[in-house]
Design a protein around this ligand. Structure first.
Ligand SMILES: [Fe+2]
Length: 197
């Protein structure tokens, strides 16, 4: 069972209208509801004497899509704050970015450009402990492109519902607004935790 988290503390975030955020919260709550309903139905089918046929198979296939819709939104809203917090350029995360991209600015350019790509989905800065490496990953919809074993450090939603109400097709302007709202304290803590894990 999944329980929707409350992200109303984000209301008032500059560059994102309350109407946009409230719509987004409602959409996230839909994922929570659907993921829970799928989980319940799959358990019912598994416990029944009925053969695990077409319904069971299709729900199994769909589960990851709904589940990721829940978790990705929680990571996204969770790495935002009204007004944002500054990125410490002396932090271990920025040091690692420098190793991979040459500078934190070069990392940011790559991350933002990934978000500006055509299509709907997510951009994830992911840390792979196995190789001690960072990646900027494009995830199509909620489920295609995840790196197995890598931990999401920073997550940005680039589905059209995340920006169209305020920005129309100007996705770059939304990315600017998101950038100012990033809670780097949370992002740096996620990286520290992923390295320890
Ligand atoms: Fe979304």
């Amino acid at each position: 069972m999944f329980t929707a988290k409350n992200f109303e503390h984000l209301l008032g975030t500059p560059g994102m209208s309350d109407a946009l955020l409230r719509n987004h919260f409602t959409l996230y709550e839909g994922y929570v509801k659907n993921a829970t309903a799928l989980q319940v139905r799959l358990q019912e089918l598994a416990a029944s004497d009925a053969p695990m046929g077409a319904e069971w198979s299709e729900l199994k296939r769909r589960f990851g899509w709904e589940y990721n819709g829940v978790r990705l939104h929680e990571l996204y809203f969770g790495n935002m704050k009204n007004g944002g917090t500054p990125h410490d350029t002396d932090s271990p995360l920025c040091m690692k970015m420098k190793e991979v991209w040459g500078s934190c600015d070069a990392w940011a350019k790559d991350f933002r450009a990934t978000g500006a790509m055509r299509g709907i989905g997510w951009v994830i800065l992911a840390y792979d402990k196995e190789t001690d490496a960072l990646f900027n990953v494009w995830v199509n919809e909620h489920d295609v492109g995840h790196l197995v074993g890598a931990t999401p450090i920073l997550v940005m939603d680039v589905f059209e519902h995340a920006f169209m109400l305020d920005y129309g097709l100007k996705r770059a302007d939304y990315i600017d607004a998101f950038w100012k709202a990033v809670d780097w304290q949370v992002v740096m803590e996620r990286f520290a935790k992923a390295k320890r894990a």
